[in-house]
Ligand binder design. Structure first.
Ligand code: IPD
Ligand code: CA
Ligand code: CA
Length: 270
């Protein structure tokens, strides 16, 4: 039976993600501009990233004033309840800036450091993904009701469709491009969607066989990692490690292991 606290956290996350998604979709200014840059000149933030995080943290704090926060746009604090919210208010900002549809709102709730609930809202697809620890992964979209998610049966690696992403820091993305160039001949193909949260949900939904990336932050991964695992995917980092800033991998069992071995052989984490 699902812990009632986890259900409560899920419902709050769903409401916050739905409202933030609507704000981002309906409130995007026609002349949307870059408000500031972060790790490099191409790592941008818009007024809408900031407005969405504010909406999410205000809603959550009203409902659960003792919880902590880790938000990409600055929300932080430990709280006193043992629950912390890990938030990427807009994952896929570059797509959003250009008017491309692949972007998402990602909200996870951790209890004592473990992710227990996660929501990824993808407004331009009309899809919303969610999971509670131990309760499977689910999605709503352009189909009747709520659909249970299951990752794809593993093909041989040479027939696997694998997504990745590139960091905003030039030296890191140069190395990532070298690794991707070595992988392409060994796979069916590579995708670069532009939102880590969407990539993880696509693994969960069987739309990708795998996904990997170096340099991600907790807010990129927290919700999508739970959704992928609850859909039966394996997730991790370097061999024996959990997903981390060094490396995040999510893939169907049978694709995960050879992909992880290749990424280790190629030093994909440095
Ligand atoms: C980025 C996206 C992108 C990934 C980058 C992330 P942001 O997040 O998830 O797909 O390749 O590493 O930083 O900046 O759009 O929130
Ligand atoms: Ca992100
Ligand atoms: Ca973001």
């Amino acid at each position: 039976m699902t812990d009632p606290l986890h259900t409560e956290l899920l419902e709050i996350a769903q409401e916050a993600a739905r409202r933030a998604g609507a704000l981002l979709r309906d409130g995007r200014p026609a002349d949307l501009a870059v408000a500031a840059t972060k790790s490099s000149p191409i790592d941008v933030v818009t007024e809408m990233d900031i407005a969405a995080e504010k909406l999410i943290t205000t809603l959550i704090a009203e409902r659960r004033p003792d919880d902590g926060f880790l938000g990409e746009e600055g929300a932080s604090g430990d709280g006193t309840s043992g629950v912390r919210w890990v938030i990427d208010p807009l994952d896929g900002t570059v797509n959003y800036l250009y008017g491309l549809p692949t972007w998402a709102v990602s909200i996870a709730a951790e209890q004592d450091g473990e992710t227990v609930a996660g929501v990824v809202e993808i407004p331009m697809r009309g899809e919303s993904y969610h999971a509670v620890r131990g309760g499977g992964a689910w999605a709503t979209g352009a189909w009747d009701g709520t659909r249970a998610l299951a990752c794809r049966p593993a093909p041989p690696l040479e027939q696997a469709l694998v997504s990745t992403g590139f960091n905003y820091v030039t030296e890191v993305r140069t190395r990532q491009a070298e690794v991707a160039a070595r992988l392409v001949p060994l796979l069916r193909d590579i995708r670069r969607g532009g939102s880590a949260a969407v990539d993880l949900c696509d693994v969960a939904a069987g739309r990708l066989d795998g996904y990997y990336e170096r340099g991600l932050h907790p807010w990129d991964v927290a919700a999508g990692d739970l959704i992928a695992r609850e859909a039966g995917a394996l997730t991790g980092g370097r061999p024996g490690e959990r997903p981390s800033h060094a490396l995040t991998i999510a893939a169907a069992p049978g694709v995960f292991e050879p992909l992880q071995r290749l990424l280790e052989d190629f030093d994909a984490w440095r």
